[in-house]
Write a protein that binds this ligand. Structure first.
Ligand code: FES
Length: 166
């Protein structure tokens, strides 16, 4: 008794498998053509071919096609950002403010004076602890030096109740 697996090289087995796949594809296509071309002649291939395509194609599509997946880096909930003030998200070096209810602005926390972290927020002013520069929470403009330039704007987006850094 000779086992056929031992007489067929791995390369030939792969070729056989690929050939079987090609035949399978042809069968499905033929089944679909038969389904389109004939209403009065249901065959056994009509009932077996559609479920195979239905179970393989849609599974991966919702996650890639939906477009609903949020983009950007999640910062946190909108509730972290008080109206008329802001919140420092240290991990992303960004400050998000909410000058008016429902309007969110993002700013780099890198101070334009000498690069310290603008990490303090008091009401509508963002403060650098190194030398005391102050910036407006509305637009990042300088309220008090020594900094002379506004904080760099960072784009943020709100999706539901979550803030994302774009
Ligand atoms: Fe911010 Fe000097 S580095 S005030």
């Amino acid at each position: 008794m000779t086992d056929i697996r031992s007489t067929v090289s791995p390369m030939k087995r792969r070729t056989l498998i690929q050939g079987a796949g090609a035949v399978g594809g042809t069968v499905v296509a033929g089944g679909l053509l038969a389904a389109c071309g004939s209403d009065d002649e249901p065959s056994s291939s009509d009932t077996s071919a559609p479920p195979a395509s239905e179970t393989t194609a849609p599974e991966g599509d919702p996650t890639t096609e939906g477009g609903a997946a949020p983009t950007g880096t999640e910062l946190g909930p909108t509730s972290d950002v008080p109206v008329g003030s802001g919140h420092y998200f240290e991990s992303e070096k960004v400050i998000v403010t909410q000058p008016t209810e429902g309007t969110f602005e993002g700013f780099s926390s890198v101070c334009t004076h000498q690069g310290c972290a603008v990490s303090m927020i008091e009401d509508d002013v963002m403060i650098c602890p190194c030398h005391g520069s102050e910036f407006s929470a509305k637009d990042g403009s300088v309220v008090q030096g020594p900094a002379e330039q506004s904080l760099k704007a960072r784009e943020v987006r709100v999706d539901g109740d979550t803030i994302f850094l774009v």
